[in-house]
Design a protein around this ligand. Structure first.
Ligand SMILES: *Cc1c(COP(=O)(O)O)cnc(C)c1O
Length: 366
């Protein structure tokens, strides 16, 4: 490692090798680098909702008069709205600037340096990112060949230092669900279990009604995916009331902005419209799955979320991503030890599937 000088010598030494998080590509960074105009880029790399948010959100934000005033730090109205939507009492609820912020907050609450975090890999990268930032020690338990959680291996990995078990349900990037009986088996051990339901509206499966019955169950949700509000950064968690109180105390003041509050309120008033787009995406997911299955060099995995994960059987995932990007279509690719040669494609509208499939046929397998 090169010798650190000046101010760099003063940073926390354990962060000197910290890799950060590789976020999705922003179309504006591709300006001038690809043939296609950035306005016509098809973004299938971050599981965003290509139907957009509710039109009610746009109207309400355009006429909102109080952007000069801080939001309510106690999130009173927001938590009440989320109670109505989730069916879980507001005293269990804490909202965040994206559910990512709540992942970070939960880890900060539980993790002292050296404490262990169990991660069922491959899974969402933020768990590792935040755990390492807190000085936590990651204990990785591999999923099986169909990406199901290996419950007995998770149990065997628990030690006195285990502070939290992460379960993304459905899992990102694989789209896999974990059966409720498996979650209950882990909950019964007593270690805190965080179930990340970022894709709940697409899967229809939730453990939220059990939050009031367990001292160690936490559930995260987000408005980023189903409600088309990724850019406004708003998510929430359902916690045991004592944990919710601690989280409210350690969060940054005013952590959910006023625009996000307005957007949540309007989205919940337009739930029928939004759930129609969710249904359209689920229908399209099933069509995309069968289309991808017809490509002989791809192996798609069944998904309960708004994306499809595929193994690339012939050719290179990175090259496929690159060739699609040149045609103005963005997808995610993975080439890491547990994810050798995979791609993840978000589900868009039918016309996006058509454009993608045409481009894929022109592209890969070589
Ligand atoms: C997209 C995603 C989130 C959402 O993060 P936000 O910060 O709410 O945008 C959380 N968990 C998983 C597993 C995700 O895929």
């Amino acid at each position: 490692m090169p010798k650190k000088e000046g101010i760099e010598k003063l940073i926390r030494p354990e962060l000197a090798t910290f890799g950060g998080y590789s976020a999705a590509t922003s179309p504006e960074t591709l300006e001038g680098k690809i043939e296609v105009h950035i306005a016509s880029i098809i973004k299938l790399d971050a599981n965003e909702n290509l139907y957009g948010c509710s039109p009610r959100v746009m109207r309400a934000l355009a006429s909102y008069p109080n952007f000069n005033i801080y939001p309510d730090d106690g999130q009173t109205r927001l938590r009440k709205l989320l109670e109505g939507y989730s069916g879980v009492n507001a005293r269990h609820i804490v909202a965040g600037g994206g559910s990512n912020q709540l992942i970070d907050l939960v880890l900060r609450l539980f993790i002292s340096p050296g404490d262990e975090v169990i991660n069922c890999v491959p899974t969402f990268g933020i768990y590792r990112f935040s755990a390492e930032l807190c000085g936590g020690s990651l204990v990785e338990v591999s999923r099986d060949e169909n990406f199901a959680v290996n419950v007995s291996a998770v149990k065997a990995a628990i030690t006195k230092k285990t502070k939290i078990i992460f379960l993304a349900n459905p899992n990102n990037p694989t789209g896999t669900l974990i059966p409720q009986s498996d979650i209950l088996e882990l909950l019964d051990i007593g270690v805190p279990v965080l179930v990340d339901e970022a894709y709940y509206e697409f899967s229809g499966e939730t453990i939220a009604p059990l939050v009031s019955q367990y001292q160690n169950l936490m559930v995260l949700r987000t408005f980023s995916k189903w409600a088309g509000l990724a850019g406004l950064r708003v998510g929430y968690g359902l916690f045991p009331p004592k944990i919710a109180d601690y989280l409210l105390r350690i969060k940054m003041p005013y952590n959910v902005n006023v625009a996000a509050l307005v957007a949540v309120e309007e989205s919940l008033k337009d739930i029928d419209y939004l759930m129609d787009t969710v249904k359209a995406i689920v229908r399209e997911r099933d069509r995309l799955f069968s289309e991808l299955g017809k490509v002989e060099w791809l192996k798609p995995f069944p998904s309960q979320a708004n994306f499809i994960f595929c193994q690339v059987l012939k050719g290179k995932a990175g090259e496929i991503r690159q060739k699609l990007q040149e045609k103005g279509i963005l997808i995610r690719y993975f080439d890491q030890p547990l994810l050798r040669n995979f791609i993840r494609i978000s589900v868009g509208k039918p016309e996006h599937t058509d454009t993608l499939m045409k481009a894929l046929r022109e592209t890969g397998g070589s």
